[in-house]
Design a binder for this molecule. Structure first.
Ligand SMILES: [Zn+2]
Length: 101
């Protein structure tokens, strides 16, 4: 589920592709999977919608919640996909803007 490393700036920073690992949405100093799925203010709406269906999620409980029910699994998987897809679209746009200037 946590593939798509290339979409997290902390990872791109680690492999030397970016100068800074910060989150482009909220300015948090590390953009990684944990930040994106559990903390980032950019995804509050998606997160609230998810938690209204599966309850409060934390990095410690998410695996159990996913494994506990097929429906929860689907809902969480689609939350992750939605965010990664959106992130990819927006970051491609940002990158295009950076090269244009
Ligand atoms: Zn953020």
């Amino acid at each position: 589920m946590l593939c798509g490393h290339g979409l997290f700036r902390a990872y791109l920073h680690k492999i030397g592709k970016l100068e800074k690992p910060d989150c482009v949405y909220c300015g948090n100093d590390r953009d990684d999977a944990l930040h994106t799925f559990f903390e980032c203010s950019r995804w509050i709406e998606e997160r609230q919608k998810l938690q209204s269906e599966v309850g409060v999620l934390t990095p410690e409980t998410i695996i159990n919640v996913m494994l506990g029910s097929g429906v929860h699994w689907e809902v969480i998987a689609s939350y992750v996909e939605t965010i990664l897809r959106q992130k990819k679209v927006e970051e491609t746009k940002l990158a295009a803007r950076e090269t244009a200037t």
